[in-house]
Structures are given as structure tokens and as C-alpha cells.
Write a protein that binds this ligand. Structure first.
Ligand code: UD1
Length: 347
């Protein structure tokens, strides 16, 4: 099976590319390198000993996307490409809505015109909002998002559901078989491939916890600011479901296989089902790197929810997937990547 990945050189995309190549699939990567590096593609090829067909293009560039899809005619598309910085999305909502929603509409239009029908979508647990108490299950109603980035995921899910329903009813000419859509709601992807060759390479000051801790550990930053210790949790800090990025990548392999074997639409949580607090992550990372991580307690961050973790039973039942790697392996692999590549993919 040939699978095209938009954003295939990015953090989750690159790990998924490696997992797909390892599982024996042909991979085509489409990436505009706006938040990723061609070096990641070279490393993926080195790691797997396999060639990757690479196209430098923005997933919202309809003429280019159509030409690439027509040439490659992939059996499935996994759509990762998108802007993803929560804080930036508050400052640049128009760019976030334009870019993220355009990519999905463009892909759907091109797929319809070419009769391609399998789509796996990178969604986020952020769509649950604050309306529910964890563990979150897929049938819970979607909540209210706290930022434009979250809303772009929420809206893209809705677009996919509406397009799938219309294709199912035969209302859209182009799709001879109904669209097969799998939407994956990620919890907190962290860590890196065990080789330390590929990993997360944030530009500028990291927004997310694990890359920030990693940069403190390697001496690039003085200390972590813990965003609030007055939450109603055992140690007062927020709890999240941290999932090893290779577990997540393997979840995509299963999702692509599921989309190939079923028609219809399904949504799956991809999480470990186990919550850890910010301070527990700091402690686990200091064990992995062998020294203390300096931190200071700061104010709460606007938009943070206290608790978020998955009920991942549905993915286990229908995809035969569950997270296998624990917090020690997460921190070990994150440290390996960071210590071997203090400047990420740069020199
Ligand atoms: C956020 C987004 C999520 C997105 C993810 C990856 C929301 C509600 N969540 O998740 O949609 O997919 O980023 O981009 O929009 N923390 C600190 N100090 C730091 C950084 C983080 O204490 O310097 C804490 C946060 O308060 C939080 C935890 O660490 O409790 C995890 O934060 P982060 O890694 O940013 O992920 P989320 O906010 O859970």
C-alpha cells in the first residue's frame, strides 16, 4: 500500500514515516518545510535504509497537491500538515484558520476529483475542551476549545464528518466508494525514536513541556517555569496523558490499515490512559538525564485545563493498538535525541 503523508517531515509525521516504512509500506512525503527540515528526511532514509518520495509543497496549494496526488495515486492519505502552536494561534487566528482548514478542504477536493477515498486525520484531545472529566471517551460531545488552534481541529473534524456523510449517501460525484475516514485524537505526544536520529525540533522557545525540560537538561535554558501548583491535583500541578511518539506512530499504521479495510468514519483516542503531573515529568526526566532539572513555580497559563487523559479502550478493541512505552522510555529517548542533537537538525 502506498501512503502519502502531508507534513511527513514534521515531528509526528517523521516518526510515522519510519513506522510505515518499517512495516513495509511505500511512503510519499509532502512537506513545505515551514516547521521541519529536509535533514529529517535524510535521517529517516538512513534509519530505515529505504527511499522516500519527497515533494516540497504546501498542502493548501491545490494545483501542486492535485498534480502530486495524480502522479502518485496513494491508497491512503495521512494528513499531519498544519500550524500547531497554541499561543501563536491566539495572535494569528486568521492565518491559523486559513492554513489549517484550507489544507483539509484542498485535500478533499483533490481526492474527490481523483476518486481517492481513504483519509487519516491528525486531530487533538483539545476538542474535548473543559466540558468533561477525564478519562475522555470518543463518544463524549466535543467541548468548547480555548484557542483558535483547537478550533481548527474541531472544525476540520466537522468538515470530514459532513463530507463522509455526503459521500456515504452518494451525494458527491467523484467518490465511487464512500470516504473512509479515521480521525485520531492525540493526547500529549513526547519522546523520540530510540535511535536518537529523529526527534522534536521546535523553532525558538518551546511552548510545550517536554521540549522545554529537554532544553533545560542540556543547558540551553536556565530553568523551567511550572505553570501553577494550585490545581486540585495531588501535587497541585496539571496532569496530562504523555504518549511516546513511536507508540503514536504505530497507532497511525493501524489506523491506515483500518481505513483500508473499512468504509465509514471512526474517531480514536491515542493516549496511554495514564496521567502524570508536571512535577512527575520533571522528576522522571531528571532520572533519565542523571541530574536535577531546575524549575520555579509560576502563575497558571491561560487556557490550560487541570486534567486531561484518555480512555484508549476503543483503539485497543478496534485497531488492536495500545501504548507500550512508559514514562522511563519516553524520558530516556527524549534525552538521547536532545543530548545527541542539542541544536535539533541544525548544525
Ligand atoms: C497543548 C494543547 C494541545 C496541543 C499540544 C501540543 C490545549 C488545551 N492544549 O497541550 O491541543 O496538541 O499543546 O502543541 O490547547 N507546562 C509548564 N511549563 C511549560 C510548559 C508547559 O508547566 O513551560 C505545563 C502546562 O501547564 C501543562 C503541561 O505542562 O500542564 C503540558 O503542557 P504542554 O506540553 O504545553 O501541552 P498541553 O497544554 O497539554
Amino acid at each position: 500500500m502506498k501512503i502519502l503523508l502531508t507534513g511527513g517531515a514534521g515531528y509526528i509525521g517523521s516518526h510515522t514515516t519510519v513506522a510505515l516504512l518499517t512495516a513495509g509500506y511505500n511512503v510519499v512525503v509532502l512537506d513545505d518545510f515551514s516547521n521541519s527540515s529536509p535533514e529529517a528526511v535524510r535521517r529517516m532514509e538512513k534509519l530505515t535504509g529505504k527511499a522516500i518520495s519527497l515533494y516540497e509543497a504546501n498542502a493548501a496549494d491545490k494545483a501542486k497537491v492535485f498534480e502530486i496526488l495524480k502522479r502518485e495515486m496513494p491508497e491512503s492519505i495521512i494528513h499531519f500538515a498544519g500550524l500547531k502552536a497554541v499561543g501563536e494561534s491566539v495572535e494569528k487566528p486568521v492565518e491559523y484558520y486559513r492554513n489549517n482548514i484550507d489544507t483539509t478542504l484542498t485535500l478533499l477536493e483533490c481526492m474527490r476529483d481523483l476518486g481517492l477515498s481513504r483519509f487519516v486525520f491528525s486531530s487533538s484531545a483539545t476538542v474535548y475542551g473543559e466540558a468533561h472529566t477525564p478519562p475522555f471517551t470518543e463518544e463524549m460531545t466535543k467541548g468548547s476549545c480555548t484557542n483558535p488552534y483547537g478550533w481548527t481541529k474541531w472544525i476540520q473534524e466537522q468538515i470530514l464528518a459532513d463530507a463522509q456523510e455526503a459521500s456515504e449517501k452518494g451525494l458527491i460525484s467523484g467518490w465511487k466508494t464512500p470516504l473512509s475516514v479515521v480521525m485520531l485524537r492525540y493526547f500529549n505526544p513526547v519522546g523520540s525514536h530510540e535511535s536518537g536520529l529523529i526527534g522534536e525540533d521546535p523553532q525558538g522557545i518551546p511552548n510545550n513541556l517536554m521540549p522545554f525540560i529537554s532544553q533545560v537538561a542540556v543547558g540551553m535554558r536556565d530553568k523551567l517555569i511550572v505553570f501553577g501548583d494550585d490545581y486540585d491535583t495531588p501535587d497541585g500541578t496539571c496532569r496530562r496523558d504523555y504518549i511516546h511518539v513511536m507508540d503514536l506512530a504505530e497507532g497511525h499504521v493501524k489506523a491506515a490499515e483500518y481505513a483500508a479495510a473499512h468504509e465509514g468514519i471512526e474517531v480514536f483516542n491515542l493516549g496511554s490512559g495514564k496521567p502524570y503531573s508536571v512535577l512527575e515529568m520533571v522528576e522522571a526526566f531528571s532520572k533519565a538525564c542523571g541530574h536535577d532539572i531546575a524549575y520555579e513555580i509560576g502563575a497558571r497559563r491561560a487556557g490550560d485545563i487541570q486534567d486531561s487523559w484518555a480512555n484508549a479502550e476503543k483503539a485497543k478493541r478496534l485497531l488492536g493498538w495500545e501504548a507500550k512505552r512508559g514514562i522511563e522510555e519516553i524520558c530516556h529517548d527524549a534525552w538521547k535525541w536532545q543530548s545527541q542533537n542539542p541544536n535539533g537538525y541544525g548544525e
